[in-house]
Design a protein around this ligand. Structure first.
Ligand code: A3P
Length: 325
């Protein structure tokens, strides 16, 4: 019996099975054969029990802050390089492997009660994230937040401008959303990134291909903004987390910020930074009408999806549907 040397053998293997070049990580503890060869120093406790998947600009940071206030809910550690989201399931970080991912999670002090989670707002519209997440953490709960996709697109555009994205600074909002096929590629690229996350039904259906609807919570972002305590009650119920934390006492509306913030001991108030709840002029009517038309079919599909799931329609969606009558 003859065999190639390991590296050559690996090359040969992937020549024969090129589709397997792209890994799909599974939880090593779910399979006895894997568990048996898994190092003794390792644990499968360093994986999240739920994910906040986005999309961006819907209030994901506010939800993240509120979740951290709960004594039993623990987030990943910040990325030491970027201090930003881990972004494991959506992009190339996935190829760094599960050890890389698990290193982001602390060892819970109370392994049965503590709930680890991760928030990466780009998971929502990722083609890969649902399949990859379902493979590694099939029991995980998934939380998404929806606001009117037109407002989301506008907030995202303002976010790019304040990060001095040169294309967003060069073109006004209408030029970005309404650019046609002949437009410069930088503009088309920005348009796609701005508009595609708002195809809510398409993306949610992709998550539902891999996760049962009982594991998915859809939050109305408008309600998160106006009445976070009620939303957080629903979140706690969905996560079956204990003890019950009273957000009505722990949050306060800050009139200066114009948003709900955390009430600290001694009466101090902690709000999100300047980059959340930005001040910018309202969207112009031409853009509003364009986006209302652009998202019409997507919103109809979303309403059917929410109906199927037995979920109430957020008020912005009801208003958009009324425009069709
Ligand atoms: P704007 O800055 O456009 O107003 P994300 O964290 O997903 O990027 O979302 C940012 C948005 O969260 C903000 O968009 C803001 O409207 C919304 N938001 C909801 N509740 C908030 C809160 N309590 N504090 C600050 N922003 C909040």
């Amino acid at each position: 019996l003859q065999t190639l040397r390991p590296i050559q053998l690996a090359h040969k293997y992937f020549e024969l099975f090129p589709e397997q070049k792209d890994p799909l990580w599974q939880n090593p503890c779910d399979d006895r054969r894997h568990r048996d060869i898994w190092s003794r120093d390792k644990t499968c406790g360093h994986l999240p029990k739920f994910l906040v998947i986005g999309p961006q600009k819907t209030g994901t940071t506010a939800l993240y802050l509120f979740l951290l206030m709960h004594p039993s809910i623990i987030s990943n550690l910040p990325n030491p390089k970027t201090f930003e989201e881990v972004q494991f399931f959506n992009g190339n970080n996935y190829h760094k492997g599960i050890d890389w991912y698990m290193n982001f999670f602390p060892t819970p002090s109370n392994i049965t009660a503590d709930i680890l989670f991760e928030k990466s707002a780009n998971y929502f519209h990722s083609e890969d994230a649902p399949k990859r997440a379902a493979s590694l953490i099939p029991k995980a709960k998934i939380i998404t937040i929806l606001i009117d996709p037109s407002d989301r697109a506008y907030s995202w555009y303002q976010h790019q401008r304040s990060h001095e994205d040169s294309t967003a600074l060069k073109f006004n909002f209408y030029e970005v959303i309404a650019s046609n096929d002949g437009a410069p590629s930088e503009l088309k690229g920005l348009q796609k990134k701005c508009l595609i996350p708002g195809w809510y039904a398409v993306h949610i259906e992709r998550w539902l291909k891999y996760f049962p609807s009982s594991q998915l919570l859809i939050i109305d972002g408008q309600q998160l903004r106006s009445d976070p305590a009620t939303v957080m009650d629903g979140v706690q119920k969905f996560l079956s987390v204990s003890p019950h934390y009273n957000y009505s006492d722990a949050l306060t509306f800050d009139p200066q910020k114009g948003f709900w913030c955390q009430l600290l001991d001694g009466g101090k108030i902690k709000c999100l930074g300047k980059s959340k709840g930005r001040k910018y002029p309202p969207m112009d009517q031409e853009s509003r009408t364009f986006l209302s038309n652009y998202y019409r079919d997507h919103n109809v599909e979303l309403s059917k999806l929410l109906h199927r799931l037995g979920q109430p329609l957020p008020s912005w969606l009801r208003q958009e549907l009324q425009k069709l009558r």
